[in-house]
Write a protein of this length. Structure first.
Length: 556
């Protein structure tokens, strides 16, 4: 018996428009989806309730903006209660300026995913493409994908969590099974292995890795882990948004560009569930998708990557910079771009540190969200990254509670996120609250909270705790010649004024360039830079500007 197709529900109280849209959808998407047309909002809600009662899947709900019973935005809000995982899009007409404000507000608050503009001529561009993208996103979240890697490990293993997070930005689907499951036992038996050394990774080409290091994984996936001989034009340290931008623009402008990354692509942005304020993505873009696109782009233009290596030292010799790599060997470059980003600050609570990866996560941990359906989770932090994590987790968890040390979200979070959190029915915000403890046998089971105003301490059940409380720069390895502020962030350009050291501006033949550090020919970009704007777009801008300055330096 053929499995029931997922459903596209379309509602419009104009009979001609409804018929036309239904025919267009059936022509293009009919083989893979059932098209359910409703002539009114009330009829659409009856259809959705009936589908829910029969346990049918709804992939997309399409509603006209202006209908007699209620607006399309209001209908989509109602539909979300029945099908929170379904994508939602509005139809509006060219020139209908009154639709802009409610439509954009609904998109900013997460009530609408996209919009269609009537007339959509040609349909291949104005109708099929945006709907195809939405269905692709729904399928990616709700349908099994080709598993490039199957991992056998324990659910509470921190190492398993690390591997999945580090592979996520490469768009590699990692299937996970426990060693006592039927599939896990079969995989171990086929490889002639026991459960004494985990995790075990079985790759699509038959390669089996036993408790592998990051370098072994990178090598098995075809990545480079050692520097080549010779000198490159620019070495980029770190593959977050700033480093990837430097890689793209360096390679496109003919510079021999090499990127060194110790862990994974994307940095903090790579694990962000949805970036809504990045230029050119009105519906937002996931951090992993943006990272994967930038990585593919940089490879296409000729940038090289060295994975699994931490840079342990930097020295200057004969107008060249030499980087010492943790896996042995050295990388020589005419210029260097520091894009190491920052490390998450830790709570420092022993009971919780012992549960990292087993219910306690530093960062957004998007890869864990789908496993939290119907559960209660907590997010610690009051900045944008915490807000984005809470909104994403709310799609799956029954209740998301944000814990904020300050007295208001608005002090540290973008307005659009504050509004989106304010209208989310399953997100609670507790200000003046901090985490002071936690417990669980092998996995997080409860967190202990303290009200900073009253001093009252409570313990509450929790299956997951996501911690996003700021970060510290990866700059401890830098030589003394590179000036830093009291927190370790790298000083550049005009911030280097003063000082009497050998690299101080007053003792140099020329003043430092914008983004150039106190060591000539070494630039700092993104979050690692003093006074940087902690936004993905500004980090990308830093990376692009740095390459222009590299050209200026090389031409001097």
């Amino acid at each position: 018996m053929r499995e029931a197709l997922p459903v596209l529900v379309v509602v419009d109280d104009d009979a001609d428009d409804l018929r036309s849209l239904r025919e267009e959808l059936e022509r293009r998407f009919g083989p893979d989806y059932e098209i359910a047309a409703a002539a009114s909002p009330a009829a659409a809600l009856r259809t959705l309730r009936g589908l829910r009662a029969r346990d049918r899947e709804v992939a997309l709900v399409i509603a006209d903006m202006w209908m007699n019973e209620m607006t399309g935005v209001e209908l989509l809000a109602e539909s979300r209660l029945l099908y929170p995982e379904a994508k939602r899009t509005i139809i509006w007409s060219y020139g209908d300026m009154r639709a802009l404000e409610p439509l954009y507000r609904a998109m900013a608050l997460g009530g609408v995913d996209d919009y269609l503009t009537r007339p959509w001529i040609p349909a291949e561009h104005g109708l099929y493409r945006p709907i195809g993208e939405l269905l692709g996103e729904w399928t990616n979240a709700n349908r099994p994908r080709f598993e490039a890697i199957r991992m056998v490990g324990e659910e509470t293993s921190l190492r398993c969590h690390e591997i999945r997070d580090r592979l996520a930005p490469f768009n590699l689907t990692v299937g996970f099974v426990t060693p006592d499951s039927e599939t896990g036992r079969r995989l171990l038996d086929d490889a002639g292995l026991g459960a004494d050394r985990l995790p075990v990774l079985s790759l699509w080409d038959g390669t089996v890795l036993v408790d592998p290091t990051d370098v072994e994984i990178a090598t098995a996936l075809g990545g480079t882990t050692r520097a080549r001989a010779g000198i490159c034009d620019v070495a980029v340290i770190g593959a977050g948004p700033a480093g990837l931008a430097a890689a793209v623009y360096g390679a496109t402008e003919g510079l021999d560009t090499i990127v060194v990354e110790r862990e994974t692509l994307g940095g903090q942005a790579g694990s962000t569930s949805l970036i809504r304020n990045y230029l050119g993505f009105p519906r937002g873009v996931t951090g992993s998708d943006l990272t994967a696109r930038a990585y593919d782009q940089s490879l296409l233009f000729g940038a090289e990557f060295i994975f699994g290596n931490e840079v342990g030292g930097l020295r200057t010799r004969d107008d060249r910079h030499v980087l010492s790599l943790s896996q042995g060997g050295e990388l020589a470059a005419r210029t260097v771009v520091l894009a190491m980003g920052v490390a998450y600050r830790r709570l420092g609570i022993p009971a919780l540190e012992s549960l990292v990866g087993a219910g306690v996560f530093y960062g957004a941990a998007v890869t864990e969200a789908k496993a939290l359906r119907g559960q209660r989770v907590f997010v610690v932090g009051g900045a944008n990254s915490a807000g984005q994590a809470a909104v994403y987790l709310a799609r799956f968890a029954a209740r998301v509670t944000m814990l904020v040390r300050g007295d208001a979200l608005a002090r540290t979070m973008s307005d659009y996120l504050v509004k989106q959190i304010g209208v989310a029915p399953n997100i609670d915000v507790r200000c003046d609250t901090e985490v002071v403890g936690g417990e669980g046998r092998g996995r997080l089971e409860a967190v202990t909270l303290r009200d900073r105003r009253s001093g009252r301490v409570t313990t509450e059940p929790a299956v997951a705790l996501f911690v996003l409380i700021g970060a510290e720069p990866h700059t401890g390895w830098l030589p003394d010649e590179i000036a830093r502020d009291e927190w370790g962030f790298v000083l550049t350009g005009r911030d280097l004024a003063g000082g009497d050291g050998p690299s101080s501006p007053r003792n140099r033949q020329r003043p430092p360039l914008f983004l150039e550090t106190s060591l000539p020919g070494v630039f700092a970009v993104g979050d690692v830079r003093h006074r940087s704007v902690k936004r993905v777009s500004s980090a990308v801008g830093d990376g692009a500007i740095a390459i222009a300055l590299v050209h200026e330096r090389l031409a001097a």
